[in-house]
Design a protein around this ligand. Structure first.
Ligand SMILES: Cc1cc2nc3c(=O)[nH]c(=O)nc-3n(C[C@H](O)[C@H](O)[C@H](O)COP(=O)(O)OP(=O)(O)OC[C@H]3O[C@@H](n4cnc5c(N)ncnc54)[C@H](O)[C@@H]3O)c2cc1C
Length: 502
């Protein structure tokens, strides 16, 4: 098939790249990506900390199995460690896998006993599992996951832990607060009070033990880009407005206006801008504006912030087998995931760290995780201020006044003007219909002369893998396939008359 239609893709993240790949391979002759920044990859971004390769954006392939296209591509390009490719790794059922080796430290400088903590972890995971079951049942008893967990936990604590001494019970409640903060990071939400209970179960996990790219996630982007024509992407070319048309006027009914005033005519545009950007700029990004039902879905879906703060040490203060470190504040027995005074105590939102493994590769590097408005505030501080606060935090929790990080590096996704946060989550009142509305092409009236003018891809348009790289990639393929099948029938081959910019 050779197709003359001109397709413009807005954004060169994984979804835009995936769409371009599919279209070029299917014989589309005029595909162009317009990217606001100077680089490809979007939220896939690899950086360095000293000699170490670290991820500023996406970290893991979630569910590295045959069903996961990111895993299949990474394997094909030879980007993964051999143990990741084993059937044992792919066979791990993450929903029933045993506790990863974890260290818990408390705000009074104690390393906590695992036996004191595990019952709280178990209760929390039970409640999270139950939270995911309302999607299929409907009629959820609370609007948000936070309220559900809080009320159920209070009931269960009163029943199950009634004979436990007050100090241990209080500590376990503080652990539950810590787990809520972990969940905020997974969801990219400020608080679990903002995550809809009815839609929480929409997100589907794939089996397999999550894995990383030893040479960096951006290796995937580099490989994919090397297979596309060199001049396919125009960098530093932000799109200001997509002028689409509801009328039946045939010529130039679709026009993409860039920040530098350049105007590009096209037959189809695939918009892959992040939901955070869309929330902020939808009123100027589309002319005429988005239809109301789509706009309501943009509003109902959540898009918050999760950031990383890397800290490197000369020697470890955690156990050799430790995978995760949790920091438990002993004044948080109220099952809370927000701090009362962000400017003074934003650091309390950082739930802890993942330990970068293997040690032979990374040395002693921890990746701290912090979500929400606290995380957004952290972005406004200087690197020195962040490093100072991290040092104080670790000294307090380890009870060691001399421990000092060698280096600190943090991400700033909220203040990235082309992302405006980290990833999407189902907000209160959200349903699968909202995700379907997100992916619905414009104009919605299929009877018009030029259908499929504006298509939508990107992680926030996948009905069950939203917020992930594999979800984003699949949406790029989905929208490309929509166009490919449109042109497979020759009666639809009605490309733009002139393929030149106007
Ligand atoms: C801290 C963090 C950790 C994460 N961890 C994981 C993980 O472990 N595993 C996982 O699967 N996922 C993870 N994710 C999510 C994953 O990175 C994203 O879901 C995925 O990369 C999104 O791809 P995308 O193509 O939809 O959007 P993006 O990658 O954001 O691409 C959109 C592109 O559009 C460009 N753009 C925006 N506005 C305009 C404009 N007006 N004109 C032109 N271009 C524009 C942007 O510059 C960007 O390049 C993480 C994300 C973050 C931030």
């Amino acid at each position: 098939m050779s197709v003359n239609a001109k397709v413009v893709i807005v954004g060169c993240g994984i979804s835009g790249i995936a769409a371009a790949h599919r279209l070029v391979n299917a014989g589309f002759q005029h595909v162009q990506i317009l990217e606001a920044t100077a680089r490809s990859g979007g939220r896939i971004k690899t950086g360095t900390l000293g000699d170490n390769i670290v991820e500023i954006g996406a970290h893991w392939i979630h569910g590295p199995t045959e069903e996961n296209p990111v895993f299949c591509l990474a394997r094909q390009y030879g980007l993964l460690d051999p143990e990741t490719l084993t059937p044992e790794n792919q066979g791990v059922d993450v929903e029933v896998s045993p506790h990863q080796a974890s260290n818990f430290f408390s705000s009074s400088g104690r390393k906590l006993n695992a036996e004191d903590v595990y019952p709280a972890e178990e209760m929390f995971y039970e409640l999270i599992y139950e939270s995911s079951k309302f999607e299929s049942q409907g009629g959820e008893p609370w609007a948000c996951v936070g309220d559900f967990i809080r009320s159920k936990a209070e009931q269960r604590v009163a029943e199950k832990w009634k004979d436990i001494d007050a100090a241990t019970r209080c500590l376990r409640l503080c652990v539950i607060s810590n787990m809520l903060k972990v969940e905020c990071c997974f969801n990219g939400a400020h608080s679990m009070d903002e995550v809809g209970l009815g839609a929480y179960g929409l997100y589907k996990t794939l089996p397999g033990q999550d894995c990383t790219f030893p040479g960096g996630y951006e290796g995937l982007i580099k490989n994919l880009m090397s297979e596309l024509p060199r001049d396919l992407v125009t960098y530093n070319r932000p799109v200001r407005c997509v002028h689409w048309n509801n009328t039946e006027k045939e010529e130039n009914s679709l026009m993409i206006e860039c920040d530098d005033e350049k105007k590009i005519a096209a037959d189809h545009v695939i918009v892959t801008v992040p939901l955070g950007y869309l929330k902020k700029h939808h009123s100027t990004l589309f002319s005429p504006p988005l239809p109301l039902h789509k706009l309501h879905s943009v509003e109902r879906l959540g898009f918050g912030t999760t950031n990383v703060i890397y800290v490197e040490f000369d020697s470890p203060w955690w156990d050799a087998d430790c995978e995760n470190i949790y920091l438990v504040w002993e004044d948080e027995d109220g099952i809370v995931d927000q701090v009362p005074d962000i400017q003074r105590s934003w650091i309390k939102k950082l739930f802890g760290f993942t330990v970068l493994k293997p040690t032979e590769r990374y040395g002693h590097v921890l990746c701290g995780w912090i979500a929400g408005h606290e995380s957004e505030y952290m972005e406004t501080l200087s690197e020195q201020e962040v490093a100072h606060t991290m040092t104080q935090l670790i000294r307090r929790f380890t009870g060691n006044p001399t421990v000092t990080p060698r280096r600190v590096l943090r991400s700033q996704w909220f203040h990235d003007p082309w992302t405006c946060g980290s990833y999407s989550y189902p907000g209160k009142g959200c349903s699968v219909q909202d995700l379907e509305n997100m992916m619905e092409p414009l104009p919605t009236d299929g009877s018009l002369l030029q259908p499929l003018q504006v298509l939508f891809a990107g992680e926030a348009t996948h009905t069950c893998y939203f917020s992930t790289v594999h979800g984003a990639l699949l949406t790029g393929w989905r929208e490309a396939d929509r166009l490919i099948s449109h042109y497979s029938s020759s009666s639809n081959s009605k490309p733009l008359k002139s393929n030149t910019d106007v």
